[in-house]
Design a protein around this ligand. Sequence first.
Ligand SMILES: [Zn+2]
Length: 85
Amino acid sequence: MTLTKECRGCGRELPATREYFSRNHPERGGMSLASRCKACNAERSRQWYATAEGARRRARRNPGAVTIQAAFAQWSTGKHQHWIA
Ligand SMILES: [Zn+2]
């Protein structure tokens, strides 16, 4: 018998494995599974980061992160130097 877990996001009953649920706080060594399935988590963060507030908070939490615009600016400045035809 497989253990199942009900997703708090979509309400589906899914196998309680890491295939369907990501671990809570893996960076802290947490072993419990997240309350939402991977699909719900992905959808939730996609919506959240699409908002201006989400982008601001992410930047604050991760100040070293390179934004897409900054990465592109760097790439377009650098490409003349590193361009290989
Ligand atoms: Zn779900």
